[in-house]
Design a protein around this ligand. Structure first.
Ligand code: FEO
Length: 173
């Protein structure tokens, strides 16, 4: 069995992961509308990863005998000022998500819920990676400034992103 406080916190985190997924889908739609297919590809894979994160927690909570109450997801933003604006919003979202995972880990510690702590370890590591990859893209976009060829080079680079076996939508966990 799982403590009600942890059950509720995990439920919120599930919602947060699916909200993040939907937001990334909105960002993919924005980039597609700007004919930046490589950026759109990157965002779509990011969406798939967030769905996989939500599913990891969903299955974990069910395995622990928890009850899942699926809450609504707000409509995502699909209009942005420019590519940097999109990635700054994405970074904000990941920083918020890292805080939320940290809080959840703290709650699990206070509840002596070692299994949940163990499960969350993967998420703690994943957040470090996600924040770093978005920060790197922001740095490259800042270097590119208004240089269209640099932007198109980046578009090609992000277009080569392929789903990770662990985080992709096809992940078995
Ligand atoms: Fe599931 Fe981007 O954190």
């Amino acid at each position: 069995m799982i403590e009600p406080t942890i059950e509720e916190a995990l439920g919120k985190q599930i919602n947060q992961e699916f909200t993040a997924a939907y937001n990334y889908l909105g960002m993919a739609a924005y980039f597609d509308s700007q004919s930046l297919d490589g950026f759109a590809n990157w965002m779509q894979i990011q969406h798939d990863e967030e769905v996989a994160h939500g599913m990891r927690l969903f299955r974990y909570l069910l395995d622990r005998g928890g009850k899942i109450e699926l809450k609504g997801i707000p409509a995502p933003q699909t209009e942005y000022a420019n590519p940097i604006d999109v990635f700054e919003r994405a970074l904000e979202q990941e920083v918020d998500n890292s805080k939320s995972i940290n809080k959840l880990y703290q709650q699990a510690t206070e509840a002596n819920d070692f299994a949940t702590k163990s499960h969350l370890q993967w998420f703690l590591d994943e957040q470090v990676e996600e924040e770093k990859s978005i920060e790197d893209i922001i740095a490259m976009l800042r270097l590119a400034k208004d240089d269209v060829s640099a932007l198109l080079f980046l578009n090609d680079k992000l277009g080569s992103r392929v789903p990770e076996q662990e985080g992709g939508i096809a992940a078995s966990e």
